[in-house]
Design a protein around this ligand. Sequence first.
Ligand code: SF4
Length: 420
Amino acid sequence: MLFPDLHPPLTAQAAIPEANRCLFCFDAPCMQACPTHIDVPRFIKKIASGNLAGSARTILDANILGASCSRACPVEVLCEGACVLHRFNKQPIQIGRLQRFAMDALHASGAPLPFEPGPDIGRSVALIGAGPASLACAAELRRRGIRATLYDARPLPGGLNTYGVAEYKLPLVESLREIDMLAQLGVDFHFDTTIGAAQLKTLEAEHDAIFLGIGLGAIHQLGIPNEDLPGITDALDLIAGYKSGAITSIPHRVAVIGAGNTAIDAAIAAVRLGAQEVYIIYRRGPQQMSAFTFEYEHARREGVRFLWSLQPSAIHGTARVEAIELTPYESTGQPLTLETDLIILAIGQATHSDFLPNLCRERGRIVIDRVSGQTSNPKFFAGGDCTNGGREVVDAVADGKRAGIGIATWLSVQQEAHLG
Ligand code: SF4
């Protein structure tokens, strides 16, 4: 099922004047605000001069997932949030939509990825997970002539880009199209392959380094009575279901528990799938929610209603969910019963790093050197949600990129030590 785009594409008639509004700042703050440090004034200048292929190359040079990031990035708090035009009370440059314009033009042209794999240096890396961090890491490795083999438990690559970013931001087909292009670098994919402790040991023996881009595990449970009744799902399953077309309709009354960006995505998906009443329930107030303010405003515009300072205390129903009982959080007061047909859980994800060897972890997150991505075991590198607890796609890309360079540097130091 396709929903209208959140940020629709720019036409050429709109893109060129928009590009010409850019001041092409020296020390551009938009570039600093981008976790992958795309040279924003440079790619915009190339759009202004009609060099769309050059523009796409500038984007891809810094961010191999430049197409999906142009759609999924919270530009309001990153590059566009930093644009100097805010200081002059003007609208910021629409950097995300210009980036999408250049990337869409590259894809439409049918041109290949503007990079070649480097000459083979006889080294190989196994990457666990095929989400944005692993994809970005694999691209850096291939450009340096290092073999990259990705393993993913799911049948398709892309991780959250394919399965977890809301359809109206990044359709599944766009995620796969971008990865098809990246595969031109000679990345080797193994799908439907779950890596446990035993398989990891084998991979460790077969490869020169391991990259862990394993993301996070299942969404937390509420831990209240009747949580096993039919009519309860988790936000990521709902989003994956409607992105793949497996879910095409939804009950009328929906309660989403949690107030992060995933909760907002799930609530908006419920509205667009036809729900009549969608509530987001959060135990604290609007100031404490982790969703971005612009996402909150967007949800309100879509008709989502918010219930603050309430936490679920019981679920009622016989054959399936009929109502949820909500109790005031950190205050006294009467419980409230909200009739609902579907409860969507979006209260954060657990980590799933128990199968890993003895790597240093903090609260389940793998501890890495932030420059190289190296873990406490020098042969293991990591990046993305399993190291930061769940941030943006562009943060995962930046992590993967750093780790790819970090692995290549570590391998060459190993080689020199061996020769010396
Ligand atoms: Fe252009 Fe704004 Fe970036 Fe300056 S800060 S280069 S005006 S997009």
